[in-house]
Design a protein. Structure first.
Length: 158
C-alpha cells in the first residue's frame, strides 16, 4: 500500500503540494489528472524518493520512501525527461550491466524483442514512444520485476 499523509512542498517560494493526503491500496491502478503545474510530477518524484518533502509523510509498504534503498529497489520510474547515453540500446545495456551487478540481460532482450526495438539503432533516432519503451527497459536493471512503476500513472504490479 502507498500512503501519503499531509504532504507539503514548497519550490522557489511557491506551494506546490498543499497538505496532500492519499492512499493507494494493493492491486490498484491510480491515475493522476490535473492541469500543468498542479503538482502531478512533483508528487511522483516524492513517491519515488527523488524529492524530500518540506512536511508530511510518504510510506510504501508502511516504510518511508526517501533514502530507503530497500523500498527504492521495488520502484521503477520513467521520467518525462528521458536521459540516455548517446548510443544504441545494446551499448546502453552494456553500461547498465557494468553499473548494476544485478542487471538482467535476458529480461532486457525479452523486452526489446517484445517492443520490437532494434538494439543496434541509436536511441536518439527512436520516436518518442520508442524512447519511452527504451526507458522502460532501463527500469528493469534488477532481477526482480518492480512492484511499483511510476510514469504519470501509478501501477501496483502483482
Amino acid at each position: 500500500m502507498i500512503k501519503v499523509k499531509d504532504l507539503y512542498k514548497v519550490i522557489d517560494g511557491e506551494v506546490v503540494l498543499d497538505h496532500l493526503n492519499m492512499q493507494v491500496e494493493e492491486g490498484s491502478i491510480y491515475g493522476l489528472m490535473g492541469p500543468n503545474g498542479a503538482g502531478k510530477t512533483t508528487l511522483i518524484r516524492h513517491l519515488v524518493g527523488v524529492l524530500k518533502q518540506n512536511a508530511g509523510k510518504i510510506f510504501i509498504e508502511s516504510q518511508p520512501v526517501y533514502e530507503n534503498i530497500e523500498i527504492k529497489r521495488k520502484i521503477g520510474y520513467i521520467s518525462d525527461e528521458m536521459y540516455f547515453i548517446e548510443t544504441s540500446l545494446e551499448r546502453n545495456a552494456k553500461v547498465y550491466k557494468d553499473l548494476y551487478p544485478s542487471w538482467n540481460q535476458e529480461r532486457f532482450e525479452e523486452l526489446y524483442k517484445t517492443f520490437k526495438l532494434n538494439p543496434t539503432k541509436k536511441i536518439q533516432i527512436f520516436s518518442k514512444g520508442m524512447r519511452k519503451q527504451a526507458s522502460f527497459l532501463n527500469t528493469h536493471k534488477t532481477q526482480v520485476c518492480h512492484k511499483y512503476i511510476f510514469n504519470g500513472t501509478l501501477l501496483n504490479r502483482q
